[in-house]
Design a protein around this ligand. Structure first.
Ligand code: ZN
Length: 365
């Protein structure tokens, strides 16, 4: 497993750089071809190609399918390996994209090995979908993920688990981004202040309004994390803009936040507001994961493993499949820590356990 992980990690695959991402895609594909799985490389213009891999037991007429979902892109630019080399120290394996989520891909590969070698009697075809743009919002893969999920009875997402005990993610917040643009009127701050409409002041009022929508206990957060406006100190600001990060735990709260955003009105006479954006990934509510998690927990117990669950504040492609109402279990990938940082690592001894758990889930679905 480590030798395969090394190959995947040494093939750097930044979401924003197509040539290296494509190279990584080819290396991942060749491992699946070795297992005699059917590999389709779905060419993309801007992003790395996506991979759809199908495996069905021979001689079996299966009409239903299970989807195993993951991404091979990482947040690290080419050349990161030089300062963050692949290495194994004290039972941990380090390197860009190890935890999020190349070890997850390796675990899926070995889960397939386990199913093939044990000649497990699968009832359903398995589709593994490895995409290239999860870390940048899944624009090029979203339709593909959704259409594949619609054909599937369950979706298993190989995003990293949480914490040293490897908790699965049975709910995730929905994530959005909105932009508020204020148009005011410029005027000389000294000679004709009465003719100006200050866009920065207006934006400040709007921000203090949206700030009140925060409700940490309900899992609702609204944060203006980028603001800009104005040109010079003696010119009343004509334009100002804020970009908001939006999160909600419940679908009803997501809808309410979106309605509230649309209903913002300027408070200063002469100011005009433009509001864009909204939620990109809807919340994954626990009810779409509950039954799968219960089964995962009992399968893990049969292997002598204790499996826990948690709720995640960040979104993944699991949010997309959950939004369609397809049973989805997320966080089935690597156990480790430090995603998106130089400390990223995977705990080596958990890799075979998690591969076995995935194999058991696939065989029993
Ligand atoms: Zn990820």
């Amino acid at each position: 497993m480590l030798a395969t992980l090394r190959k995947f990690v040494l093939a750097e695959s930044p979401s924003l750089e197509k040539p290296p991402a494509d190279r990584c895609c080819g290396i991942v594909a060749s491992e699946w071809r070795k297992r005699k799985a059917r590999v389709e490389r779905l060419a993309q213009k801007q992003r790395g190609d996506h991979l759809r891999i199908t495996w069905a037991p021979q001689n079996a007429r299966v009409s239903r399918q299970l989807l195993v979902l993951g991404h091979y892109d990482t947040v690290y630019a080419s050349g990161t390996l030089a300062k963050m080399p692949f290495h194994i120290t004290r039972g941990k394996v380090y390197g860009p994209g190890t935890f999020d989520m190349k070890a997850g891909l390796v675990q899926a590969l070995f889960a397939l090995d386990a199913l093939q070698q044990s000649k497990a009697a699968l009832r359903k075809r398995i589709v593994f979908l490895w995409t290239s743009d999860e870390e940048i919002g899944s624009d090029s893969s979203r339709k593909l993920i959704e259409s594949e999920a619609r054909r599937s009875d369950a979706v298993f997402v190989l995003e990293p688990s949480f914490g040293p005990r490897g908790l699965l993610k049975t709910s995730r917040k929905g994530v959005g981004e909105a932009e508020i643009i204020v148009h005011g009127r410029a005027s000389h701050a000294g000679l004709a202040p009465q003719e100006g409409v200050n866009a920065v002041h207006e934006l400040a009022r709007q921000i203090s309004r949206v700030q009140e929508w925060n409700d940490l206990r309900r899992g609702i957060t609204v944060n203006a994390d980028i603001i800009e406006g104005g040109t010079r100190t003696n010119v009343i600001a004509e334009r100002a803009r804020a970009v908001l990060d939006l999160r909600a735990q419940r679908i009803a709260d997501m809808r309410r936040l979106e309605r509230r955003l649309r209903s913002l009105r300027p408070s200063a006479a002469g100011a005009r507001l433009e509001v864009h954006g909204g939620f990109n990934r809807a919340p994954m509510e626990r009810k779409v994961s509950a039954a799968l998690f219960a089964r995962a927990k009992s399968l893990a117990a049969q292997m002598g493993l204790r499996l826990g669950e948690c709720s995640a504040g960040g979104g993944s492609d699991g949010n997309l499949t959950a939004a369609l109402g397809i049973p989805t279990l997320d966080g089935l990938g690597a156990v480790g820590d430090g995603a998106h940082s130089a400390r990223e690592y995977v705990i080596v001894k958990t890799m075979p356990e998690r591969a076995a758990l995935l194999a058991a889930l696939l065989a029993s679905s």
